[in-house]
Ligand binder design. Structure first.
Ligand SMILES: NC(=O)c1ccc[n+]([C@@H]2O[C@H](COP(=O)([O-])OP(=O)(O)OC[C@H]3O[C@@H](n4cnc5c(N)ncnc54)[C@H](O)[C@@H]3O)[C@@H](O)[C@H]2O)c1
Length: 255
């Protein structure tokens, strides 16, 4: 699918990987709506990128909020052809910690935002895409989710985060199968360690040590490298039902 002129929604588009993808899509002539709960950053990025980039304040876990933002994007752009799920949160807590068992509330919150929030966007985006006129090959839309290498090698303390990302990997193929009839492709990106605001709070020594973990190149990934993968998924019509690791061959150790 050529992204030029298409209507795109990007959750988590105000920051990090979603922000980099919003920039690249806009550069390639797409019309983009950033769906994020951070209005300050989302509005600032939309203003910086110009008329073809918009912002909607959305909590991905909220049904009405997502439904109305997808409807707004479809009305503004004359259809939604690409939906990217980048909204997510990290979490570190052990199954059994010094203070007792992992609270269920924090486990539920991570699953709710990362996994259920992504599915919430998928279902409304799919509904909007199903109304697009099919292209010559029958294609109507592309959905891209974000997992993590923690879906495969979750470290100590990553139980909630890994479960949420493993759920995203697990739903990728069945959602692609469900939406095949509508001509919608569904894929997931599993990033390794990418330099986003997530790392800003860490001391330089910790960032240095993390940078040495990938096999090659020995550095953190750049958000543009995830954005390029999202663009590749949109442009390559034969990529479907797949999770793609972008990680410098890192395999996370237990801690
Ligand atoms: N940076 C990494 O190394 C890395 C590695 C693997 C996976 N990921 C995943 O990539 C995605 C993006 O991460 P990032 O590094 O760009 O983080 P980030 O914190 O820079 O961006 C995440 C964005 O999601 C938004 N968001 C959070 N909860 C939301 C909600 N309920 N509703 C709407 N918006 C919400 C935040 O406001 C923020 O703008 C996440 O799903 C993260 O788990 C990141």
């Amino acid at each position: 699918m050529d992204i030029q002129g298409k209507g795109v929604i990007v959750t988590g588009g105000a920051s990090g990987l979603g922000g980099a993808s919003t920039r690249l899509f806009a550069e390639r002539g797409a019309q983009v709506m950033i769906l994020d709960r951070d209005a300050k950053k989302g509005e600032a990025l939309a203003a910086e990128l110009g008329d073809h980039v918009h912002f909607s304040q959305v909590d991905v876990t909220d049904q009405d909020s997502v439904k109305s933002a997808v409807a707004r994007a479809a009305a503004t752009f004359g259809g939604v052809h690409v939906a990217c799920n980048f909204a997510g949160i990290g979490w570190a807590q052990k199954t059994l910690g010094k203070d007792g068992p992992h609270p269920l509330e924090s486990f539920q919150q991570v699953i709710n935002i990362n996994l259920i929030g992504s599915f919430n966007v998928i279902r409304f985006a799919a509904e909007a895409m199903s109304k697009n006129d099919p292209m010559a090959d029958g294609q109507r839309g592309v959905i891209i989710n974000t997992a993590s290498v923690a879906a495969f090698e979750g470290q100590m303390g990553q139980v909630a985060y890994s479960a949420s990302k493993g759920g995203i990997v697990g739903m990728t193929l069945p959602v692609a199968r469900d939406l095949a009839r509508d001509g919608i492709r569904v894929n997931t990106i599993a990033p390794g360690l990418i330099k986003t605001p997530l790392f800003e709070g860490l001391p330089e020594a910790a960032v240095q040590s993390l940078s040495e973990q990938p096999v090659f190149p020995k550095r953190l990934g750049d958000p543009s490298e995830i954005a390029k993968t999202a663009l590749f998924i949109v442009e390559n019509d034969y990529v479907n039902g797949e999770t793609i690791r972008i990680d410098g061959a890192i395999r996370m150790a237990p801690r």
